[in-house]
Design a protein around this ligand. Structure first.
Ligand SMILES: [Zn+2]
Length: 392
């Protein structure tokens, strides 16, 4: 029976396939396959690069000015004008918050790469070498979700602070974690109740657990972020206490930044604390590092909150303005909103008057024992009752 062309072809291929290749044919076959694969890979890569180049040209950057500093926002994909405005507002808010501490934007220029994905929230962020922030954002993120985000402000604080040794990672992460809500409150973006609610909720996560060997030797998530943040809160309170409110952690951070200690630099922790103490005029940071860096010292948070006059009942945050350190608590979140003008320079607010006023308002240094001040706080609360109440 005659065979069709296709049957004949199939038979021939089976015969060829069935015959074992000799060594030379095997080498030739291998080379042909490899060359073919390489060509295909290079073509695919070239097409990908071409597509990226074409699409990148189609996506304009957003460029914001913060005084003399320039903030460039790059988008991974085309975005609507509405979404672009939301991202720009979000970045401006974060810059405003950081400026309340540094009184200027801490670096001359930074690029923010926004990787736009699905969903309605801000994802993780990372800062590189004090000049680049990468962050993931869902394309459906709303204005409210941007307003409640902490990631961008956290990352921007990394820009203005030196990189440290890996064992001292808690210093930079703790600082960003601590300053972020305070700066947002000073810029009018968070209420004091929201700040203290998040602190009361978060700081227990930073306390040493069994087997802890101090902040330098316990690189867990809780100790790095919240343990580091607690270090800075204790430092800030102590600076304000010992200087009768004349100085704060802000002075130390500005001194470090002024000496080139920004995200593109690498400073050992001893240099950071020495420079900070020089700006304060007292060895507060170095002494605190001696205690908490190598030892699992457990802070009595309940006593600290009582001294500062803040407590939480269910989810309501209560303030006691008669507490010994109530003035410090108010000064920590006090600030003045600074508007980052698009394409223009900032008109600096009257920092000196606002800051000196804020840090000395009804502030009284106290060396009272925790027990004594606790009794005082309880007494004063029972007399005046909670001053403010909110939900966060
Ligand atoms: Zn961080």
């Amino acid at each position: 029976m005659p065979t069709t062309d296709s049957e004949s072809l199939a038979k021939r291929s089976r015969e060829v396939c069935a015959r074992p290749l000799n060594r030379i044919e095997r080498v030739q076959d291998l080379l042909q396959n490899r060359v073919f694969m390489s060509i295909r890979l290079w073509c695919a890569l070239a097409l990908l690069l071409l597509a990226q180049a074409v699409s990148a040209e189609d996506i304009p950057d957003s460029v914001l000015k913060a005084g003399d500093a320039s903030i460039t926002i790059q988008y991974s994909t085309k975005v609507s004008d509405e979404f672009r405005k939301l991202v720009e507002g979000w970045v401006r808010d974060a810059a405003d918050a950081v400026i309340t501490v540094y009184r200027k934007y801490p670096v001359e220029r930074v690029t923010i790469e926004v990787r736009v994905g699905t969903g309605g929230r801000v994802g993780g962020g990372m800062t590189f070498d004090g000049r680049l922030i990468k962050v993931r954002v869902g394309s459906e993120t709303t204005r409210e979700a941007f307003r409640s985000d902490w990631v961008m402000t956290h990352e921007m604080f990394h820009l203005g602070f030196p990189d440290t040794d890996r064992t001292a990672n808690w210093i930079g992460e703790g600082l960003s974690t601590y300053m972020e809500p305070l700066a947002r409150a000073r810029a009018g973006q968070l209420s004091a109740e929201e700040v203290w609610g998040s602190m009361i909720d978060g700081f227990p996560k930073g306390l040493p657990a069994a087997g802890d060997q101090g902040l330098d030797n316990t690189p867990t998530w809780g100790r790095t972020y919240w343990g580091g943040a607690l270090f800075w809160l204790l430092a800030d309170v102590e600076i304000r206490r010992q200087t009768n409110g004349r100085k704060s952690l802000d002075d130390a951070l500005r001194a470090i930044e002024a000496e080139g200690g920004i995200g593109s630099s690498h400073w050992p922790e001893t240099k950071i604390f020495r420079r900070a103490d020089a700006a304060i005029g007292k060895p507060i940071l170095e002494k605190l590092d001696e205690r908490l860096g190598a030892h699992p010292e457990k802070t009595d948070l309940a006593a600290l909150w009582q001294q500062l006059g803040v407590s939480q009942k269910e989810r309501a945050v209560l303030f006691n303005d008669s507490a010994p350190w109530a003035g410090i608590r108010r000064a920590l979140t006090h600030g003045q909103r600074v508007i980052l003008q698009h394409g223009d320079t900032i008109v600096p607010p009257p920092w000196h008057s606002s800051f000196s006023r804020s840090s000395s308002v009804s502030f009284r240094p106290t060396f009272a024992s925790v027990e004594r001040s606790t009794r005082a706080a309880v007494r004063s609360r029972s007399k005046s009752g909670p001053r403010l109440r909110t939900r966060w």
